[in-house]
Design a protein around this ligand. Structure first.
Ligand SMILES: Nc1ncnc2c1ncn2[C@@H]1O[C@H](COP(=O)(O)OP(=O)(O)OP(=O)(O)O)[C@@H](O)[C@H]1O
Ligand SMILES: O=C(O)C1=C[C@@H](O)[C@@H](O)[C@H](O)C1
Ligand SMILES: [Mg+2]
Length: 179
């Protein structure tokens, strides 16, 4: 656990980082920053268009640059994108600059929640389950590496999941160490 008053949310796509993160920010009185939305604001186009024009490598560069900027702030809730943990520098920034909450979700939950989604370019095309499985294989150890707190994904809706997060964060996050 580190002595920061930032809350950072990591986890797989569809875990609820954006929707639960927004509610957590309101609860804790922190400005809410969503990394994907920051990228869209800077580029003026949706994430899917950044992928189309610059490829995943271009997107990851922008993601890393903005993660560095956003995580330097003091007292924010930052909801990251599902793949933000892939870059070792991003992981270092998150681990050193905030209290990291790993929001989990099962593959079934991801498939159900994102069934109608067209905004996640890495899920485009056939075999979503296979893609999600492959991402999990690579990324779960990376979420684990930096997580200060892990919240399982068994909650049936966003409100219940948010309440569960608050209960766990209140128990484990020692904000009195805030700089
Ligand atoms: N605990 C939950 N129960 C039910 N639905 C949920 C839950 N968490 C998220 N959802 C729904 O799943 C969808 C995706 O959630 P959200 O965009 O917050 O995920 P994310 O973790 O930010 O994904 P990404 O990494 O792709 O940005 C939304 O429609 C949201 O309402
Ligand atoms: O899981 C991922 O790699 C991604 C998740 C989204 O949040 C976006 O950051 C983008 O679609 C990539
Ligand atoms: Mg999100």
């Amino acid at each position: 656990m580190n002595p920061s008053c930032n809350l950072f949310i990591v986890g797989p796509t569809g875990a609820g980082k954006t929707s639960i993160g927004r509610r957590l920010a309101a609860h804790y009185g922190l400005p809410f920053v969503d990394l994907d939305q920051e990228i869209e604001r800077h580029c003026g186009v949706p994430v899917s268009t950044v992928f189309e024009i610059e490829g995943e490598a271009g997107f990851r560069q922008r993601e890393s640059q903005l993660l560095d900027e956003c995580s330097r702030r003091d007292g924010v809730l930052l909801a990251t994108g599902g793949g933000a943990v892939l870059d070792p520098a991003n992981r270092r920034h998150l681990a050193e600059r905030g209290y990291v909450v790993w929001l989990q979700a099962t593959i079934e939950q991801q498939l159900e929640r994102l069934a109608r989604d067209t905004k996640r370019p890495l899920l485009a095309g056939e075999d979503r389950r296979g893609k999600l499985d492959a991402m999990r294989e690579t990324r779960a150890p990376l979420y684990r590496e930096i997580a200060d707190l892990t919240v399982s994904g068994e909650h049936e809706n966003v409100a219940a999941a948010t309440e569960r997060c608050i209960a766990l964060i209140d128990t484990h996050w020692n904000r009195t160490q805030a700089a």
